[in-house]
Design a protein. Structure first.
Length: 172
């Protein structure tokens, strides 16, 4: 009887030990699976875009910089390719010119105005800007981005009445 009890005790101990080892192995496999799910993100190098290279180099800025899925677009103003103001005195046309330039930049990165998440508008005449702002509904057909509108004393050149900058999230 004593031998049977010892065998049963030994068998129970072995069973417990085997179960414990199996449990640890399963836990280790689960931890390994969790580690395998971690995504290692390497830092993205910035991609610079110059809309008017000579003008932007002269003033020391890039019109847009893309890092990962984020794109920051410097303020667009109404100017020709030589940097001269256009549509002087006409805020609505200046606004349309800004959006035309912004659209060129968005297209370069494979985006549309639907990808814009933030729009900041700077104007020297908020009353006129508010009067002409309905044009934005033609640009943002699927909803407006977040942003701020600020009336400022002046922009880079006295002829500029509006400047629009964007932040974009490019969906993959």
């Amino acid at each position: 009887m004593k031998i049977k009890t010892n065998r049963l005790t030994l068998l129970a101990a072995l069973f417990t030990l085997a179960f414990g080892i199996q449990s640890c192995e399963q836990k280790e496999k689960k931890e390994t699976k969790e580690v395998e799910k971690e995504v290692i993100v390497e830092s993205d190098k910035p991609e610079y875009f110059l809309l008017r290279p000579e003008v932007e180099k002269a003033y020391g800025y890039s019109h847009a910089v893309k890092i990962g899925n984020s794109i920051k677009i410097s303020g667009a103003v109404s100017m020709d390719d030589d940097g001269n103001p256009t549509a002087v005195g006409d805020i609505e046309q200046q606004m349309k010119n800004c959006y035309a330039d912004l659209e060129k930049i968005l297209k370069h990165f494979g985006c549309t105005f639907d990808d814009v998440i933030k729009e900041d508008i700077f104007t020297t005449d908020m009353a006129q800007m508010l009067e002409k702002s309905a044009y934005r509904a033609e640009i943002y057909k699927n909803g407006f981005p977040t942003g701020s509108w600020l009336e400022v004393k002046g922009l880079a050149l006295p002829e500029f009445m509006v400047e629009i900058e964007l932040e974009v999230h490019k969906s993959e």
